[in-house]
Design a protein around this ligand. Structure first.
Ligand code: ADP
Ligand code: MG
Length: 724
């Protein structure tokens, strides 16, 4: 079992000093008592079941199926050869190194050079040993040489590899050789029988077992290019499998929802809903009216709504949310509205109070910073049902918060909530609905299935169509595709940091014209302190450059009351310039502000930049967004700034963002640790996606067992995340 075989990585000098020897570690690793480092590393990569290992596919391959006679080797070739060690010595001149001389059967010579080495290298490559080595050959003045080749001891008749050798994605604690063995044995054990009837598999694609055997151990004749660009039919089969599992899981979730019950919420004639509409200081846009009707129709059904309301920044989602809340309240139920930050939650709170309190609605306010007696009062109001609308941050979904009869939950800027928070929220909602007051509430449909509140999510970052078709198949989408009238377009300008003084001069002129300015300072995630320093310095700098004007500062470390005071000076118009860290990132609404300056724009993501820019352009004055960058810009940095300068359309921005970042990051999948699609690419594999989408309902209807097996095989424990 323990063939001495070293694959490329050599010990670091530090490891060498400590006397660590990977050979020894590898033997220790095979004793089953405690989990070895490689085993733990495998777990960390999510490789726990045989099927997970079988689906862990090579990045590339090495050809160890042939031996090249040294006499035929050319400079720069990567090759495998074999010979007898005729000399082994440690050279001390210059750098300490191990030199091993090898002679092949034709008598040609090769020097192996190891700049880092363990005692086990010398032991394995002792004089008289026959060794098989693989690496890149250099032919120079002193003859042929390989630096840090992989090598192993062989006999004259040791067979060559029959297939290409896979190279797997791995981590530092998991040696390639260990992983190879683990995959090969898992591949023999893994349950890979077809779950899909042959007729349903797109034509020309091999059975799964065959495809996987091929991809892990392709024959030497396999075309490397089709393997590497993933166009080979074996790859196509894998991608199809993955897309199908994903479609099945989404469509299944959608069907499960159809069996849940929800209170049927209808606004009463002459009720709150109508009175709110009448009291608004503006008329709804056509788009707002349309989405409000879509939502009202969902609320009246006996299954829980699961709808995403998307609309660009400033498109007026808040009032649509308020109208939905009014329907729920009219029907005798409570509504919870959550926003990702305190500032945003507070803005909603003020706006909703302004609209709803005059109509006799009690609104409660729950965030992390509301404490003590005030908090208790809010909690009581929510629990008794006296507060029919509860607004706040994620504190609203804490265990301690109880509702009397929760019928509708609204989440603003839903993509800003983490996956774990979204899961917690759904669990909380399900628990809430189990309450006695809820089960006996008005509009509860007959039946005994579980009861859930309706759920409305709102986002200014529209989901591109391909994503909507895949990850959000279990979500109905309403889109506000029209801005309220009277908005003037935002002009975006990009400046290098070297022109900062020019920018400040322009800001001074704008302020003299009576305009209000946001100045956003960089986000340096690693250091909140640095972040703050930057904002403080800019605050001082602008204060000095604008004598007689009020320049305010807003950052994440300020107490909520302080923040509120600053915000109210700015929204009241007494303060001309507001220097802020990214706390103003989402949702803040001050219609009179018409200039947005973003420093170190290269450090922000595209959707963040778009969100920030959306803080201006809300009134009738022409608005400007100034992006200041510090070079040199990376390619993605350049594409982001270019996108910002070229378009203000949120959908176009989202499309480009997806291009730049790829779906995984776009979805914020990073934070969940769950990679969503490993093999398939939504754009490239659109035909496979359509096939999977069409097949999924058929399987769910006719072959439910096959459907379940397919999802388990591919998604295992990840299905929970996909639903969130
Ligand atoms: P977002 O969709 O970004 O959340 P908001 O709901 O904050 O947008 O709305 C942006 C601004 O537009 C607010 O000041 C809001 O009162 C105003 N607004 C919303 N709908 C209309 C409308 N139909 N006509 C005029 N102004 C509107
Ligand atoms: Mg908003």
């Amino acid at each position: 079992m323990s063939e001495a075989r070293s694959t490329v990585p050599s010990p670091s000098p530090a490891a060498k000093r400590a006397g660590a020897d990977p050979g020894e570690r590898a033997t220790a690793a095979e004793t089953p008592i405690a989990k070895s480092a490689p085993q733990k590393a495998m777990e960390k990569l999510g490789l726990t079941r045989d099927i997970d290992l079988a689906l862990h596919l090579p990045l590339r391959y090495e050809d160890e199926t042939t031996l090249t006679p040294l006499g035929q080797a050319r400079d720069g070739d990567t090759l495998q050869c074999e010979g007898e060690v005729i000399e082994s010595r440690i050279e001390l001149r210059g750098r300490r190194q191990l030199l091993v001389k090898l002679r092949d059967d034709d008598g040609a010579l090769l020097t192996l050079r190891f700049l880092h080495f363990y005692p086990s290298h010398q032991k394995t490559l002792a004089v008289g040993t026959r060794a098989r080595v693989r690496g890149e050959i250099r032919v120079g003045f002193f003859g042929r040489e390989m630096v840090h080749p992989s090598f192993r001891k062989v006999e004259a008749d040791t067979p060559l590899a029959a297939s290409l050798t896979p190279v797997y994605p791995t981590s530092a604690q998991l040696p390639q050789a260990y992983l190879r063995k683990a995959v090969a044995s898992a591949l023999r054990r893994a349950p890979l029988d077809e779950v899909l009837p042959q007729v349903l598999i797109p034509r020309g694609l091999p059975p799964l077992r065959e495809a996987l055997n091929f991809l892990h151990h392709p024959p030497p004749s396999a075309g490397l290019s089709t393997l590497e660009d993933h166009t080979h039919p074996a790859w196509q089969r894998l991608k199809f499998e993955e897309l199908l599992a994903q479609q099945l899981s989404q469509q299944r979730a959608q069907r499960e929802r159809a069996h849940l019950r929800a209170p049927m919420l209808r606004g009463a004639p002459g009720g709150l809903h109508e009175r709110l509409l009448a009291a608004l200081p503006f008329a709804l846009t056509g788009a707002q009216r349309r989405v409000a009707e879509e939502i009202a129709a969902d609320l009246a059904r006996s299954q829980p709504m699961h709808r995403l309301l998307q609309g660009d920044v400033g498109s007026g989602k808040t009032v649509v949310a308020a109208l939905a809340a009014a329907v729920a309240i009219d029907a005798g139920w409570q509504c919870a509205l959550m926003a990702p930050t305190e500032i945003l939650a507070e803005q909603h709170f003020r706006k909703l109070i302004g609209w709803l309190e005059p109509l006799g609605i009690r609104v409660a306010w729950i965030t992390g910073s509301v404490k003590g007696k005030a908090r208790q009062k809010m909690l009581d109001a929510a629990a008794s049902g006296e507060a029919t609308l509860v607004v706040g941050t994620h504190a609203v979904i804490e265990d301690k918060v109880r509702f009397h009869r929760l019928g509708l939950a609204i989440i603003d800027e839903q993509h800003r909530f983490g996956v774990a928070q979204r899961l917690a929220l759904r669990k909380k909602l399900a628990d809430e609905a189990a309450g006695a007051a809820a089960t006996a509430g008005p509009g509860v449909p007959p039946g005994s299935g579980p009861l859930e509140p309706h759920l409305l999510m709102m986002s200014a970052t529209p989901i591109p169509r391909t994503l909507a078709m895949t990850y959000f198949a279990d979500l109905d989408v309403s889109t506000i595709d029209e801005l309220p009238p009277g908005r003037s377009p935002i002009v975006t300008r990009v400046f290098a940091d070297s022109r900062r003084d020019d920018v400040i001069e322009k800001i001074a002129a704008a302020v003299d014209d009576g305009r209000q300015v946001y100045w956003v300072c960089p986000l340096i995630e690693e250091s909140e302190a640095l972040d703050l320093k930057n904002a403080t310095e800019t605050h001082a700098e602008l204060g000095a450059a604008l004598p007689g004007k009020m320049v305010g500062l807003l950052h994440g470390r300020m107490a909520p009351a302080e923040k509120a005071a600053v915000m109210s000076l700015f929204s009241g118009g007494q303060m001309q310039v507001l220097v802020a860290t990214t706390v103003i990132e989402v949702g803040v609404d001050v219609p009179n502000a018409s200039v947005m300056v973003i420093e170190h724009a290269e450090r922000f993501g595209l959707s963040q930049l778009h969100q920030l820019r959306g803080r201006v352009g809300r009134g009738s004055v022409a608005s400007v967004c100034v992006l200041i960058y510090t070079g040199p810009l990376s390619d993605t940095g350049k594409s982001r700034l270019r996108a910002m300068a070229e378009t203000t359309d949120g959908f176009e921005i989202a499309r480009r963002d997806l291009d730049i970042r790829g779906p995984g990051e776009f979805m914020g999948a990073r934070q969940s640790g769950a990679q969503l699609l490993r093999f398939a690419d939504l754009q490239e594999d659109a035909p496979l996606l359509s096939a999977a989408r069409a097949l999924a309902p058929k399987l769910l209807d006719e072959q439910p067992r096959a459907a379940r097996l397919q999802v388990e095989r591919w998604l295992g424990h990840k299905t929970e995340y996909l639903k969130a």
